[in-house]
Write a protein of this length. Structure first.
Length: 66
């Protein structure tokens, strides 16, 4: 078997293993679990964050954190 064939076989196996893992046990982030509404509080909403303005753009938008 040529080196290219061996490389392609290894790449195909690694890709198949990756997608098998992603589809059978997808990753769960900590942020995703916090964003879900609690079942006990129907009026719950995620926290609202202020718009982030980089320091370089402070004068242009006037929204610099003081």
């Amino acid at each position: 078997m040529s080196r290219l064939g061996l490389f392609l076989l290894a790449f195909a196996l690694a890709t198949a293993a990756f997608w098998f893992t992603m589809l059978t046990d997808p990753p769960r982030s900590e942020a995703g679990s916090r964003a879900e509404a609690p079942a006990s509080d129907p009026g719950w909403a995620p926290p609202v964050r202020e718009r982030f303005v980089p320091e370089e753009l402070c004068g242009r938008f006037g929204a610099c954190p003081r």
